[in-house]
Design a protein around this ligand. Structure first.
Ligand SMILES: Cc1cc2nc3c(=O)[nH]c(=O)nc-3n(C[C@H](O)[C@H](O)[C@H](O)COP(=O)(O)OP(=O)(O)OC[C@H]3O[C@@H](n4cnc5c(N)ncnc54)[C@H](O)[C@@H]3O)c2cc1C
Length: 388
């Protein structure tokens, strides 16, 4: 049976960050990804806006791998909408809205992220769906993976669930919570015309109906999607394709040279399932000091709020060697819409991967040692340490 120190399940921004962090600690790491590219929603899902690392008032909040990946994403400039020095003039969608964020090219980023992981010694297994686990004495002992070779069991030390859907925690019987409202339909696609290659955001926001303002785009359909049912996901994807086609045909009435150039190859779901962690961070806990903070995130929706992320949001004591990262982190319903975005996934990914390299029992980890390693790797843990 194949054996690894750390198994990272899912290769979105959370999984990339986790695998990189664990490998840099010298561990034998494998990353299972069901698609054939890294980046998850941030590449295959065509969500190519790396939301802000700053608080909107000129203070950087997220550091470490979150910043490294942002810079990686615009290495060759492709689609780099907001290059330069963000404090002076970038991170700005408009001159008055300066934030440390970028737009990047999905395909270039996927290749660069893959190169980065390979250079750091991560074994990447594409086309590989983690479909089940074996547990013993509150530990995951094996992961079952299906791919072209059939079904293979992997023996693992610690496991990072970066599936975005909290699949591994669910398989292992760890408490999880669902996004009860379900996802509104999105149909983001790329088109090209003689002036370039453009992101077309169809279904741009997913505001709950009671908070939807008059100016907001109307929902594309009244149907909502859990993102967790095989048949439903296929119907969702077909509907999204139908809407993409209609949207493009309408566009051609005024832009006859526009052609669809890329469609998403994974379903565009924002929130599906998350862990019920040892702690649930709430939207009201901005500017709160947490002794066990593993890094900070800002709020992409508004300027000001800064959240320290407690280590306890990443695991449940019931499964000793399982940690989550990315959009399955334990936060309340309102904060979920903030914590699911790319920089937050990188922050939790780096912490989860570093922790996974240190222990196979997260509830007994000496968090101060984890924090020390994160600091050595560029992470700033507390708001009081941001120079203002
Ligand atoms: C329409 C839409 C618009 C958005 N807009 C933005 C935006 O502008 N900016 C922003 O920062 N964020 C945005 N987001 C959110 C953001 O893109 C994602 O929440 C974030 O990228 C999630 O990263 P992740 O690594 O946690 O999960 P994912 O990106 O979902 O990655 C999970 C990976 O795990 C793989 N996987 C899943 N299950 C398994 C399994 N069982 N076995 C093996 N592999 C598995 C998947 O294929 C995927 O690659 C948007 C999301 C949507 C849907």
């Amino acid at each position: 049976m194949k054996k690894y120190d750390v198994a990272v399940c899912g290769g979105g921004f959370a999984g990339i960050s986790a695998a990189l962090a664990a490998a840099r600690e010298g561990k034998k790491v494998i990353l299972f990804e069901k698609e054939y590219m890294l980046g998850g929603l941030g590449t295959a899902g065509l969500v190519t806006i790396y939301l802000p690392l700053c608080d909107g008032f000129g203070h950087q909040v997220s550091f470490g791998i979150a910043e490294e990946l942002l810079k990686l994403s615009i290495t060759y400039g492709a689609e780099a909408r907001y290059p330069g020095n963000w404090i002076d003039n970038i991170g700005a969608r408009t001159e008055k809205d300066k934030r440390y964020e970028v737009q990047y090219n999905a395909q270039v980023f996927a290749i660069l992220a893959e190169k980065l992981l390979l250079e750091n010694g991560v074994d990447i297994l594409y086309g590989s769906y983690v479909v089940g686990v074996s547990t013993e004495n509150n530990r995951i002992t094996k992961l079952y993976v299906e791919n072209k070779s059939g079904r293979t069991a992997y023996s693992v030390g610690s496991v990072v669930d970066a599936t975005g859907d909290c699949d591994i925690a669910h398989f292992a019987g760890v408490p999880t919570a669902l996004f009860e409202q379900g996802n509104g339909l999105a149909a983001w696609y790329y088109y090209s015309n003689p002036s370039g290659y453009h992101l077309q955001m169809v279904g741009v926001l997913d505001t709950p109906d009671e908070r939807r303002s008059e100016e907001e785009e109307k929902p594309l359909t009244n149907r909502r999607f859990s993102g967790l049912d095989g048949k439903e996901i296929s119907e969702q994807v077909c509907l999204s394709h139908k809407i993409t086609l209609e949207h493009w045909l309408k566009k051609r009435e005024t832009d006859e040279n526009a052609v669809i150039s890329t469609i998403a190859t994974i379903p565009q779901n924002r929130m599906t399932r998350k862990i019920v962690g040892e702690y649930e961070l709430a939207h009201t806990e901005m500017h709160t000091y947490f002794e066990d903070s593993i890094g900070m995130v800002s709020n992409w929706k508004k300027r000001g709020p800064i959240y320290e992320v407690p280590f306890r949001t990443l695991y449940h004591r019931e499964m000793k060697n399982l940690i989550v990262a990315g959009r399955c982190t334990s936060v309340n319903e309102t904060l979920w819409d903030v914590m699911r975005v790319i920089p937050c996934c990188a922050v939790t990914g780096q912490a989860a991967g570093t922790a996974a390299a240190m222990t196979d029992d997260f509830s007994t980890l000496d968090v101060s040692k984890l924090q020390q390693k994160l600091k050595e790797n560029g992470v700033v843990l507390h708001e009081k340490d941001i120079i203002k």
